[in-house]
Design a protein around this ligand. Structure first.
Ligand code: NAD
Length: 432
């Protein structure tokens, strides 16, 4: 099938590349010329495990091309996927300007029947808006489909190639047949392809992300309670998670959720619910808890340092919002860096992939190290911000020798407190 994907970011690039891997001819479009130039050379502008191999292979085999020319893409494809950003607007809603702008242009460039598929996370009713805009611009037939994306950064290629489920929102039999045909190779193992109306599909994505965010905030609340009553969140988690109705995944306490999705999606769903006259009280609490949780570790550090962080060297291991990605959008590291700067601390940092992104975002004021041990030289404290695998089993003796004061603030509970204390460290975790 001939496809195009508009927006080649974390979602669009994976979607486009994986559809090409599935045997389709895919044109990827972006307004960012630097990205397109890199991609034409087979270089990925983002870090995502397994992506570069697929990218190079499909470019070489002629199924995957990149361009800034939207008109060329629209005219040469039967299905057009919108993987455009829908960031948080000032009032908390999802900003739809990119999606609606591109919808208008697609309408203008159409030369026959097209399926226009919204992969971006968009509020309920956006499909109707896109339909109205495209319809105003063209006499050709078209269908609008909602097809939210559930991939996880850091495991995106695998998630797309073997999805837990595919959700398709359309009431058009013609569009449904095209979408089922397109996804057939990806759901061969029997995982469901769930077809529903557009609005339910749009809401499914927000409900899923908000539920996951709720799990995180719930566990963080229980963790904070654990600290006050002398319980251990890790034990509570294991005890809870073995109930299949609860499930063992996504129950880890930490320093709050971040990334480009949960914060903005919770906020946008709250906005939708308020506009609809049924404000979701539970999500207000989820947001509040998360905001507070991002500062928990700095509060612990301040208490340990008796309120004075001025001139203290604090090393951060991890900057990305989660492991296996270079994405730093809404990362807890940003809140921690801001708070440490305010307190006059000297910040050392290491991250396997996210240092260039963080440098671009926060500028000077953080000293970056290519090696995690180098970052520890003279440190008064270490904060584990992101649970990259390489931080899980470090050489604690070497660390202690490098640090001015052997204190670890484990924001992701990756270490065994007893073992760390045996090694001569002062240890602070979350909820234990
Ligand atoms: P992103 O910012 O990484 O990528 C968006 C891309 O669109 C950028 O490369 C940008 O240059 C390009 N773009 C902007 N305006 C354009 C235009 N007019 N024409 C062509 N290209 C344009 O965003 P993302 O993380 O890939 O997210 C895209 C959408 O997918 C969002 O709605 C997001 O909520 C949703 N989503 C994201 C994830 C995730 O893990 N990142 C997962 C599921 C869904």
């Amino acid at each position: 099938m001939k496809l195009s994907v508009i927006g080649t970011g974390y979602v669009g690039l994976v979607v486009g590349t994986c559809f090409a891997e599935g045997g389709n001819d895919v044109i990827c479009v972006d307004v960012d010329e630097r990205k397109i130039d890199m991609l034409k050379r087979g270089e990925s502008p983002i870090y995502e495990p397994g992506l570069t191999e697929f990218l190079k292979k499909n470019i070489e085999e002629g199924r995957l091309t990149f361009t800034n020319d939207l008109e060329h893409a629209v005219r040469n494809s039967e299905a057009i996927f919108l993987a455009l950003p829908t960031p948080q607007a000032e009032d908390g809603s999802a900003d739809l300007q990119h999606v609606l702008d591109v919808a208008e242009k697609i309408g203008r460039f159409m030369n026959g029947y097209k399926v226009i598929v919204t992969k971006s996370t968009v509020p309920v009713g956006t499909g109707d808006k896109v339909k109205e805009i495209v319809g105003r611009m063209t006499k050709h037939e078209f269908d609008i489909v909602s097809n939210p994306e559930f991939l996880k950064e850091g495991a995106a290629v695998n998630d797309f190639m073997k999805p837990d489920r595919v959700v398709i929102g359309t009431r058009s039999p013609r569009a449904r047949a095209i979408m089922e045909d397109l996804y057939a190779p990806f759901v061969r193992t029997g995982n469901p392809l769930i077809v529903m109306d557009e609005r339910s599909s749009e809401l499914t994505k927000y409900a899923a992300n908000s539920f996951l965010a709720t799990k995180v905030s719930f566990m963080n609340e229980i963790a904070n309670l654990c600290e006050r009553v002398g319980a251990d969140i890790d034990m509570v988690r294991k005890g809870m998670g073995s109930d299949p109705r609860i499930g063992s995944q996504f129950l880890f306490a930490g320093i709050g959720y971040g990334g480009s999705c949960f914060p903005k999606d919770v906020s946008a769903l709250l906005k939708t619910s308020r506009i609809s006259g049924y404000p979701l009280r539970i999500l207000d609490a989820v947001e509040l808890v998360n905001r507070m949780q991002k500062t928990v570790i700095v509060e612990k550090l301040k208490t340990h340092m008796k309120g004075d962080l001025k001139g203290k060297v604090v090393t951060l291991w991890g900057l990305s919002f989660k492991p296996n990605t270079d994405d730093t959008r809404e990362a807890p590291a940003l809140t921690i860096i801001e708070a440490l700067r305010k307190e006059g601390a000297v910040i050392h940092a290491h991250d396997p992939e996210a240092m260039p992104e963080m440098k671009r975002r926060v500028g000077d004021g953080v000293k970056y190290f290519d090696n995690n041990y180098e970052a520890l030289k003279g440190a008064d404290a270490l904060i584990i911000v992101t649970e990259w695998n390489e931080f899980r089993r470090p050489d604690f003796d070497r660390m202690r020798a490098l640090m001015r004061s052997a204190v670890i603030f484990d924001g992701r509970n990756i270490y065994d407190p007893a073992r760390i204390r045996d090694k001569g460290f002062v240890y602070y975790g979350i909820g234990r």
